[in-house]
Design a protein around this ligand. Structure first.
Ligand code: HEM
Length: 368
């Protein structure tokens, strides 16, 4: 339909039959408004109460001293490298090339929980591994996993609440215990996590620590079958306990030194154990463990044979975003997984910017 209707002879529109452009302008404005609202909703600016990556990063930063140039969490670690060999059982569950290729190069990082890049290795309750597997087709599987078997809280909102409870009280300079007590009272999983932290044995090395994906993912087989999974790296090295006395007297870089010495004797290996969810299992809630009788499959073996300091190391300027996945593996709808992806990117951008501007701590860019 034309915007203006003209007389048969051309020239001016007829008085009463002339069509005003106003309805069209209103229609276009309405369409633009709907597009803008949809964009704002998708971006999470309106209509959702989800915390932003900036809020998370600011809050995590405010729980401790500033360490420019370092990761805002799991700040202390070392770079490692080696390879992954998938098994036929893994290849049957996922069409990702990492399971079919005989040897996939791996770059990784072993770290301890917390935001202190100078913390004492042996006293860290949480230990971590982050890996990047790149298959021949150029696709990547990045992951960042922890030694705890489940997350303390079910949602990003609850995690922000928990992190805020750790902020120093301006009056005392220390976190207010009443705030953490309130979080524990509100979330049964936070109480279960506290119980795990108090009672789970401490092993004496990264090499004999089990690391867990905690969040759930989907494995997609070559025929399109979809299976919800969680995975763990289970050490081939026997577990040897690190008792409390040894933890107190160990050197600051105990885990890094121990791992280096171990590698001098030969490579260190973990089995990739994939746990398959049944219908009804909590796929979107990382604070709820699945029943222990769920089927498990050994999907491959990780071998690490080199260690490098993180300062100037190959893993330092890498973002181990757990949603960088190859075809054949997809993230679940767990909101914590999506939040992690956004927050890691934010943390990565901050630390890279600080390094580029020369603001990084004097050991963020030099060998340990
Ligand atoms: C909403 C929940 C979470 C938030 C906000 C969060 C936040 C962060 C941040 C800011 C970093 C630093 C990223 C960087 O600068 O590269 C980080 C690293 C890390 N996170 Fe999380 N995290 C969350 C949940 C988890 C969970 C569930 C796990 C594992 C089960 C995990 C494991 C790790 C590991 C292993 C690293 C170190 C990765 C590396 O070596 O680069 N995080 N996290």
């Amino acid at each position: 339909m034309p915007l203006f209707r003209f007389t048969r002879h051309g020239g001016t529109p007829r008085g009463p039959r002339a069509h005003s452009p106003l309805p069209w302008i209103a229609l276009i404005a309405m369409i633009l408004g709907i597009v803008a609202l949809a964009f704002a909703w998708l971006a999470g600016w309106i209509g959702r109460d989800r915390p932003t990556a900036q809020q998370f990063t600011d809050t995590i930063e405010a729980t401790g001293a500033a360490h420019p140039g370092f990761r805002r969490a799991h700040s202390k670690g070392v770079c490692v490298s080696g390879w992954f060999t998938g098994s036929p059982e893994g290849a049957a569950l996922s069409k990702a090339e990492v399971f079919a290729q005989p040897r996939v190069p791996v770059l990784g990082r072993l770290s301890i929980g917390g935001g202190d890049p100078h913390g004492a290795d042996a006293q860290a309750r949480v230990r971590s591994i982050a890996l990047q597997l790149i298959s021949q087709n150029g696709q990547e599987w990045r992951m960042a996993m922890n030694s705890f078997p489940f997350f303390a809280v079910p949602t990003p909102e609850a995690f922000l609440e928990q992190t805020r409870a750790q902020l120093p009280d301006p009056a005392t300079g220390k976190p207010d215990p009443a705030k953490m007590a309130a979080v524990l009272a509100k979330y049964p999983s936070a109480r279960a996590f506290q119980q795990w932290a108090k009672t789970a044995p401490w092993s004496n090395s990264w090499a004999n620590t089990t690391f867990n994906s905690v969040n759930s993912f989907w494995f997609i087989a070559a025929d399109g079958t979809r299976q919800a999974v969680r995975w763990s790296w289970q050490p081939q090295a026997p577990v040897v306990e690190l008792d409390e006395q040894a933890r107190r007297t160990a050197g600051l870089d105990y885990l890094a030194d121990e791992f280096q010495q171990r590698l001098a004797q030969g490579p260190v290996r973990w089995n990739l154990i994939v746990t398959l969810a049944d219908a009804g299992d909590a796929v979107e809630d990382p604070s709820t463990p699945w029943p222990s009788e769920r089927r498990q499959v050994q999907a491959g073996v990780l071998t690490l044979d080199h260690l490098q300091p993180q300062a100037g190391g190959a893993c330092n300027d890498l973002n181990f975003d757990p949603l960088i996945l190859p075809a054949g593996i997809e993230g679940s709808d767990d909101a914590i997984l999506a939040t992690r992806s956004a927050v890691y990117s934010h943390s990565f951008n901050r630390r890279e910017r600080e390094s580029a501007r020369g603001q990084a701590g004097n050991d963020a860019g030099v060998p340990r």
